[in-house]
Design a protein around this ligand. Sequence first.
Ligand code: COA
Length: 473
Amino acid sequence: MDREIKEKIKYLLYPRSVAVIGASRNPRKIGFQVVYNLIKDGYKGRIYPINPNADEILGLKCYPNILDAPDDIDLAMIVVPASKVLNVLNEVVRKKVRSVAIISSGFSELGKKDLEDAIVNICREHKIPLLGPNIVGIINTNNNMNLSFCPHLPFKGKITFITQSGALAIGLIGWTWASRIGISKLISIGNMAMIGFEELIEFLEEDRDTEAVLLYIEGVKNGRLFAEVSKKVSRKKPLIAIKAGKSLRGAKAAASHTGSLAGNVMLYETAFKYAGIVSADGLEDGFDKALALSLQPPLYGDNLVVVTNGGGAGVLSSDYAEKFGVPLKDLPKDLVNAVKELIPPFGSPNNPIDLTGNAYRDDYIRVLDTVFRHPWVDGVVSIYVHAAITDPVEIADGIAQVWRNYRDKPITVCMIGGREVQVANIWLRDNGIPVYPTPRRAISAMAALRQYGLFLERERGNGGMVRNKEISS
Ligand code: COA
């Protein structure tokens, strides 16, 4: 891709001024919602509604044509029917707008490849990056930009979600609030006529607001380029991919949804492995892993310890640890002896360490501190099963207090208890600790941290050696 176009991708995500072409006074139209969202969610740049039939929209002066806008425009968002897009785009070019995104549907996904190509050619000729068409919009929580018809901004955080399905972006926003999953950007890429995964991933390599990139992929434009760019970026920040369209029916659905060729599943898995991309099995797994990778350091080394107050949860964790490739091992003798001193005689001092049902905040603190401090230990999964005699918020606070002193070793937490542990969950996530409702999900997230750690070890030529202080600093 042309260097000038690449350099202008920043204007799609951090524009100082946005023109909405097809802005409307009718609250039932997408052109209304996009302007409304920019204002309501507190976008920090300047907004220029464009519509030949209105003088004012939502209190903002409206211009009949983008050429009449009194300012330089960083990003033009087009929301007029597909048949009008070419005309509008010619005006955008004359205005020397720096980047373009198109919400409108009705292009290659409907067999109108010629129309899509014509749009791409114009943008390419004038060196303007084009996002879409057929997208739900662009969201950046860092500048409060909800340039989309999603209902509101997601919960603020460090995950950037790039999705070929706009509807998924809309649906997941409420979920990110309920689960405290922090999002930096939501980028709907639709038909990927020009800008696709490859270009965005490369841009995000240097994006200070992104710690992990989650991809919802139906098909990529250029497999080889995708793998190479992803590998380069993975060395700096983790990528997680949800590959959709794996079944025959799913592949057919992908073709009519975004015009994507879903491709060979094995090829994708091989490319993910090569590039260090952590593969996820669906949305829940994708966000679970992205949450861990956006908040925690990678797991360097295989010495994982589970600390639980519930025996059954410990047994299940052992099973899942084996299943997900991070099997639990016996603890070194000195660590067993140290733990033995801290737990009741009916507890278990070996891996998984069972504190038993009457473990309070101070018991968690003492054992977790002893475990984290031991040089043999590479990472910890801490489990709490809610009991009437203990306060989950106190336990969560204890866990967070210990981890603060050992930030180079990863932790994931499982809190079992439904509504009773909700406040504790929020407390943990706000303190940078990923928390899950089941042992399976907490262990799977830890396994993702190990997978990423292994990739980094391999890349640095350590051949799978144990934690490297230089890496973890
Ligand atoms: N410049 C600026 N505004 C223009 C214009 C132009 N050249 N030509 C028309 N407009 C105005 C219209 O007058 C209208 O404003 P109004 O309400 O004041 O009359 C506004 O732009 C929108 O045009 P309209 O013809 O009413 O279209 P619409 O709002 O019904 O639909 C789309 C437009 C883009 C939303 C629709 O064509 C579409 O593609 N929808 C699907 C979007 C989608 O699902 N994307 C993928 C998500 S995953």
